[in-house]
Write a protein that binds this ligand. Sequence first.
Ligand code: GLA
Length: 735
Amino acid sequence: MNLLRHIAISLLLLLLHSMHATAQNKVTIPIETAQNALVLQTDQDKHLSIIYFGKKLAQAAEYDLVSTQNRQRDGNAGIYNSAYTPAGSWSISEPALQVTHADGNKSTDLIYVNHQTTREGDNVAVTSIQLKDPVYATEVTLFYKTYARENVVEQWSVIKSTEKGEITLNKYASANLYFPGKDFYLTHYNGTWAREMNPEEEQLTAGIRVLDSKLGTRANLFQPPSFQLSFDKPATETEGKVLLGTLAWSGNFRMDFEVDSYHNLRLIAGINNYASEYPLASGKDFKTPSFIYTFSENGKGEASRNLHNWARKYRILDGEGSRLTLLNNWEATYFDFNEEKLSGLFKDGKKLGVDLFLLDDGWFANKYPRNDDRAGLGDWQENIKKLPHGIGYLVKEAKNAGIKFGIWVEPEMVNPKSELYEKHPDWVIRQPQRPEHYMRNQLPLDLSNPEVQNFVFGILDKLFTGNSDIAYIKWDCNAITFNAHSAYLEKSKQKQSQLYVDYVKGLYKVLEKLRAKYPKVPMMLCSGGGGRVDYEALKYFTEFWPSDNTDPLERVFMQWEYSYFFPALAQSAHVTDWGKQPLKFRTDVAMMGKLGYDIVVSHLNEKDLQFARQSVATYNAIKEVVWHGDLYRLVDPKKNDFASLLFATKNRDRAIVFSYLVSNRNGAGSDIAVRLQGLDAGKKYKVKELNLYPDSKSPVKEDQVYSGDFLMTAGFNPVVNARRGSVILEVLEVK
Ligand code: GLA
C-alpha cells in the first residue's frame, strides 16, 4: 500500500514538474502597437496560437496569465485559435494553409521554430515567426509589421518548400486571426457599376461568412476587400470596439469569418484560392499579399483616422504630398473631339483655374479608330484624324494655355476589333474553344505573359519618352475576366491555375518598373469606377476613381463609405452634369475629396462660371486641411436628413466642415446643432461660411467667438435646408 502511495506521489510530482517545465517552455510573442496587442503563444506541442487580441496590457508579463482565465477548454479546444491553421492533420477547422506535398500527401502540421523582431526606426517593427512542418520540408514564416503610432498592423506570410519535388498550395492565406468575444457585427460592401460601396451590417452567426471576389481584373466590381468588424455591439463613430480590415491585393480575394463553437471569431484573409492552386517548386517561396488592419476601442472615427495617417505616411504614393486639380473631357466630349476642340478646353481649364487638363478615352487607334467603346483598344497610336499633330502638339498647346496635360490609358485591355487582337490573339485571356464573352466589348490581356508585361510597360514608356511633360495618367480597367485561360501558361507548360495570381503579379511587375523609371507622375487608379482599389495598387497610384456615378447625392454616401478606408486626398471627386443638384451642391461635394471637373465650361452661365472659378480658389485655400487633416464624420447621411463631416488640422487651429442635405422631405434639414469634433476645447474659434454662391448671404455670424468646448459640446448649426442644400464652414482659431 505504502509502495503504491509512494509511486502515486512520485508520479504526481513528476507530472507537476513536467507541467511546470512546459509552462516555462511556452513562448509568448506580443505584437504591440501604441494601444493594442495581438499576443501569440506556443503550447506544449509547439503549436502557435493567438491568446489575446485587443487593448494592450500595461504589463506585458501578464499576457502569460490570459490563458489561465480561459475556461473554454475541452477535448476540442486549442484548435480554433491557431495563428496559421494548417489543413489535414490535427485541425479540422477552415485552414489558412492547405498543401499537397510532392508525394501527393495532403496533410500539413506547423510547429514553432523561432521568431525575431527587427525595428525600422522608432515607429515601425517587423516580427517574423518561423513555423515548419515536422514531417515535410515545408515552412511558413508569419510576418507582422506594426506601425505603433497609427495602431496599424500589416500581416503577411511566406511559404517555402524544400521538398524533393513541386508542392501545390491549395489555400495560402495572408492572415489568420482569432478574436475571443461574444457578438460580432460585420459591415461589408456590395455594389456594381455606378452603385459602388453599399454598406450592409450583419451580426455574424455560427458558421462561415465568406466575402470574396472571383472577377479577376476589376476584382472589386461587386465587393471590395475592405470591411468593418465591431466587437460586442455595433460601433459608432465615437464609441465601441472596431477593426477596419483590408487586403492589399488587386485580384481575387477571400475572407472567411467563422464563428466557432465558442462563439469566438476566426478570420482568414488572403488571395482567393478559387481555381488558383499554386505550384511551388523546391527552394522557392511564395509571399502572400498583406492583410492590413487597425483596431480601436473608441469607435470608427479613430480607427479610420489611424488608417488615413498610416496610408498617407507609409503607403499611398506621395501620400504626404499634394495633388493636381483638373478638368477632364470625358463627359464633356466623350469620343468626339479634335485638336481644335481640345485647345478650347485647355483654355477653359485655365479659365477655371485648375492645374491640369486630362484627355480621356478616344485619342488613339487608326485601322479601327476609337470612336466608341467597340473598337481600337490595344492600338495606342494617336488617331491621325482627330490628332494629326500627335500628343506632343497637345502637350505644347496645353503648356501655351498655361495648363498641365494628362492622359487616359487602359493598357491591360483589348477590343477584338483592333490590330493588337489580330496580331496577338495569344496575348488575350480567352478560352480558345469557347465563344468569347465580353464586358464593354473588350477582353483583358494576359499579364502572366512577360511579353505582355513589356507591351503594357511600353505603352506608358512611349508616352513619357515622347512627351516628357505629360503630368498625369488615368489608368483604367473596364472588364472583368471571363473565360480565364492563358495561352502563355499553356505554351510554357505552367499551370492554368496560376493565371489569376500571375496576372496580378504581372501587373505589379509593370507598375514597379514604371515607378522605377517615373517615380513621381501622379496616376489615378480607375476601373470603370471603383472596380479596383486596394492598398497594394495604391503603392503605385496617387489617387483612385471611386465610381463613374458622379451624381453628387450618391457621392455623399459613397465618399462617406470609402472614407473609412481611404483618405480624402486619394479620392478623386469631379464636378459633372450628373444629378439634379445645382452647381454649388455638386462642387461642395467634390471639394471633400480631390477636386476635378468634367463639365463643358463654355456652357456655364456667367454666375456659374464666376462661382466655379471662385470654388477652385476656395479649394486651393482649404485643400491642405482636406488632404492632410484629421477626418471626423459628424452626421451620418444614412440615418439623418443631412451629412456633416469635418477635417481638422493636426494642431487644431483650423477645421473645414462640409454639410449636405440628402433628403427632400418637407422641412428636412439641420434643425439642431451639430456637435463638432477635432477642435481644442480650450481654444477660441470663429466660424465663417465659405464658397457662397454669388449674391447669396450667409446666416453665419462671422464675428462671434466660440470656445472649442462650446462647438464640441453644445455644437454649431450649419443651417442646412432646402434653400441651403450644401454648406462649407471654416472654423478658425482666434489667436
Ligand atoms: C471608364 C471610366 C470613365 C471613362 C471611361 C472612358 O468608364 O471610369 O471615367 O474614363 O472609362 O471610356
